[in-house]
Design a protein around this ligand. Structure first.
Ligand code: AP5
Length: 216
């Protein structure tokens, strides 16, 4: 099991980049945000716990995340390449991931830190629109759909995530600074981190990340 961690603040482009490069790398894209949103929609116990935290832009408690990821890794393919988007987000989650990989003869091949200024992040998140049917991601100005409110890929309805309002976005960015940015130093010390400027176009960014990951 080989892991690429996409690390970065909300809006840095983790999900967009993972979707653009996963087929080329023959990788599995694992987004903890998507897993949690699916659990909320299905009304599972994990979803019921996570919902309130997600609405406020707070992190879901580590013990819940640890169970969720352990379950997912149990079903994992030992030979696969995984693109982790949104996990780990705390030192405790990073430690769990490392222990879990040791037990599975796996390793973190690279951590790609997607770095962009706060004003860029806010602009991206306030403008994000997502397809209700296929999950494709758009931005009202940067990556606009051909027809307003309609998905280019499947014709589904585009919606705005409930945590993509200005107040919750500001809180998510503060939470990232407080609870997740420590991971940058950790992975730098381990010699695993590569920083990329994510305030560039989505295609160019994906190309750069794919090249970095291809060398890992
Ligand atoms: P999650 O869904 O992971 O949200 P997030 O971290 O806030 O990240 P985003 O999905 O908002 O941003 P992204 O970096 O993926 O950007 P994207 O590519 O979509 O988590 C949601 C919640 O779940 C958390 O708040 C927390 O409560 C909980 N949670 C999840 N994981 C957890 C964990 N491990 N522990 C505890 N709690 C957890 O792009 C954003 C927009 O910008 C889009 O419109 C896109 O089209 C546009 N865009 C992207 N790249 C570019 C580019 N290069 N140029 C121009 N526009 C771009």
């Amino acid at each position: 099991m080989k892991i690429i961690v996409l690390l970065g603040a909300p809006g840095s482009g983790k999900g967009t980049t993972a979707e653009k490069i996963r087929d080329r790398l023959n990788a599995v894209h694992l987004s903890t945000g998507d897993m949690l949103r699916a659990a909320v929609k299905a009304g599972t116990p994990t979803g019921k716990t996570a919902d309130g935290y997600m609405k406020k832009g707070e992190l879901v408690p580590d013990d819940v995340m640890v169970r969720l990821m352990e379950d997912r890794m149990e079903q994992g393919d030992a030979n696969a390449l995984y693109l982790l988007d949104g996990f780990p987000r705390t030192i405790a989650q990073a430690e769990l991931l490392e222990q879990s990989l040791v037990a599975r003869n796996g390793r973190i091949a690279r951590v790609v830190f997607l770095d962009a200024p706060r004003d860029v992040l806010i602009d991206r998140l306030t403008g994000r629109r997502i397809c209700r049917s296929c999950g494709m991601n758009f931005h009202v100005r940067n990556i606009p759909p051909k027809r307003e409110g309609v998905c280019d890929a499947c014709g589904g309805e585009l919606y705005q995530r409930p945590d993509d309002n200005r107040e919750t976005i500001e809180n998510r960015l503060d939470v990232y600074e407080r609870q997740t940015s420590d991971l940058i130093a950790r992975y730098t010390d381990l010699g695993l981190l590569t920083r990329v400027d994510s305030a560039q176009g989505a295609e160019a960014l994906a190309e750069q990340v794919a090249n970095i990951v291809g060398q890992g």
